[in-house]
Design a protein around this ligand. Structure first.
Ligand SMILES: Nc1ncnc2c1ncn2[C@@H]1O[C@H](COP(=O)(O)OP(=O)(O)OP(=O)(O)O)[C@@H](O)[C@H]1O
Ligand SMILES: [Mg+2]
Length: 395
């Protein structure tokens, strides 16, 4: 039987969606996660422990597993597993990204240097270690830790004092390590979801992010597809993201790129060697209704991808922000939110009673709202109306 190994970080939102996709394809799943394997209860000996921080050790564990069970593909479900997947792909001979390319996507300083070498348009930047000594690159700027994700520790600063405070905070959140300061790029932000095959980029979807993301913290909220940009801009984005993937050395599998468009120019914020995070992929359907997870598994297994055109309806997702720190005591108004025309789903992903923390420290969303409608504007309105119907009680 065909067997795929899924690398599941402990905090992943996506285990169920990948497992459903595998079932749809008639493929057996082996899960690898850190510490006690996720789903160990139901998966038995098809759940293994793999260190995601030590790619060579992780790849060696997967090689052993392959010798026992025979694995046909390794798929990293989220960012944390991309390095192990790259190493394992190399060892086992699956289509894979070169390990050093995958490593560049996990380190914002290394990414900036590679994009610079490839002359890809991006914000001016400086890399530094001492939070009390922030290099001056002009204002406003954005300070961020090199090795975190989910916008944790990403802070805008408008002058030197703010920059120093931001650097200290970013350094605390990351528990030390390399920092970056970048020119703040104004304009509209959008995300490109793509699939690389032998270095060629196939655009699967473009999302616009209609909420102003102006800082000081950058909380992701609404994603709407198709993105409301003209065709020329869309082509520019595709070209620049292709150049970015090439500069990073990425060749196989999903990418999630974030860009800003300002004055008709495209700036790369970053490119990740994974698909869209959280439960956001549920906003996408391709061809005869297949999920993004299924597209990714088919690619990893070398199967026919079929029709990769996204469905014709507009679609969107809102990552529900955590309004403040405390204990989540209730999320009221869920029925009203679900009743808003266009809303097709609501998932609260934090259990009631749990401690919650907003950005820039936290890295979890309260949940996800999904909408579908004839136009992107209607999708956006539905998401906003449903969000307004929710009353989040934090004590
Ligand atoms: N140089 C910049 N200019 C303007 N905005 C920026 C800049 N850098 C980051 N941002 C904003 O902060 C957000 C998060 O930054 P970045 O993508 O670097 O961090 P991240 O931790 O990888 O976030 P995520 O995992 O959510 O993508 C961006 O999506 C963007 O809105
Ligand atoms: Mg990002």
């Amino acid at each position: 039987m065909t067997r795929v190994l899924l690398l599941l970080p402990t905090a992943t939102y996506r285990a169920a969606d990948f497992i459903d996709a595998a079932r749809e394809l008639g493929v057996e799943v082996v899960v690898a996660s850190e510490e006690r394997p996720i789903l160990a209860d139901t998966m038995g000996d098809r759940a293994v422990v793999v260190t995601l921080d030590d790619p060579s050790a992780g790849a060696a564990a997967i090689e052993e597993l392959d010798a026992r069970h025979g694995i046909d593909a390794v798929v990293a479900v989220d960012d944390q597993g991309v390095l192990v997947a790259a190493h394992a792909g190399e060892v086992l001979g699956f289509p894979h990204n070169p390990p050093d390319a995958a490593a560049r996507t996990r380190d914002k300083a290394a990414m900036r240097l590679a994009l610079e070498a490839g002359e890809v348009p991006q914000p001016r930047f400086a890399i530094f270690e001492d939070p009390d000594d922030v290099p001056s690159i002009g204002f406003p700027c954005v300070v961020k830790p090199s090795r975190l994700s989910a916008s944790r520790g990403v802070i805008r600063a408008n002058d030197a004092d703010e920059a120093r405070a931001a650097a200290r905070r970013a350094s605390d959140i990351a528990a030390g390590g390399t920092l970056l300061v970048e020119e703040y790029v104004p304009g509209d932000e959008l995300a490109l979801e793509g699939l690389l095959r032998d270095g060629e980029l196939e655009v699967l979807a473009m999302f616009d992010k209609p909420d102003a993301l102006e800082g000081p913290y950058f909380e992701e909220t609404i994603y709407v597809t198709p993105a409301r940009f003209d065709d020329a801009t869309a082509r520019d984005i595709e070209r620049v993201v292709t150049d970015a993937a090439t500069a990073l050395g990425l060749r196989e599998g999903p990418i999630h790129a974030e860009v800003r468009v300002h004055d008709h120019r495209v700036w790369v914020l970053e490119v990740a060697a994974r698909s869209i995070g959280g439960l956001c992929a549920r906003a996408l359907r391709f061809g005869a209704g297949i999920s993004l997870e299924e597209v990714i598994l088919r690619h990893a297994l070398g199967r026919d991808l079929g029709d990769l055109a996204r469905e014709s309806t507009a679609s969107g997702v809102m990552m529900l922000p955590i309004p403040r720190a405390g204990r989540l005591s209730a999320v009221n108004g869920q029925d009203d939110a679900r009743a808003v025309p266009g809303i097709v789903g609501l998932e609260i992903t934090i259990p009631i009673g749990r401690e919650v923390q907003p950005l820039p420290d936290g890295d979890r969303y309260l949940g996800f709202l999904f909408a579908r409608a004839d136009t992107p504007d209607e999708v956006e309105s539905a998401l906003r109306a449903a969000h307004a119907a929710l009353d989040v009680a934090i004590t």
